[in-house]
Design a protein around this ligand. Structure first.
Ligand code: SF4
Ligand code: SF4
Length: 108
């Protein structure tokens, strides 16, 4: 994930809910670990050989269900997605950035 550790990441805001979010964390660079069971046709490699979730031209992970704006491979999602806590500091930072129109680019 392209974030520095946030000092309050352990603090969860219970008012933040994925159901009322446009899956904005699914626009981040998602590194796939060797043990992850992600369908490999949904991944790609950076120029430095890092396996990541592929993203559409508009930046969202290719595994996003664009109708319901949720993960279409939820039970097979990468470890990094499983550890991304709803309402955490990372979550709130990404939502804030999205609201301010900041778009993250894939980093090599
Ligand atoms: S974890 Fe946070 S940023 Fe991601 S979909 Fe849920 S509320 Fe949105
Ligand atoms: S694998 Fe699923 S949870 Fe992870 S970024 Fe892609 S759509 Fe989001």
């Amino acid at each position: 994930m392209p974030f520095e550790i946030l000092p309050d990441d352990h603090l969860v805001d219970p008012t933040v809910q994925c159901d009322a979010c446009e899956a904005v964390c699914c626009r981040l660079t998602v590194v796939v670990m060797p043990d992850d069971i992600v369908p490999r046709h949904l991944t790609t490699h950076t120029s430095k050989g890092l396996e990541v979730m592929a993203r559409d031209e508009d930046g969202w992970c290719v595994a996003v269900d664009r109708i319901n704006m949720c993960c279409s491979i939820y039970s097979q999602r990468p470890t990094v997605c499983r550890s991304f806590t709803m309402g955490s500091g990372f979550c709130r930072a990404e939502r804030d950035a999205y609201a301010r129109g900041i778009h993250f680019e894939l980093r090599d």
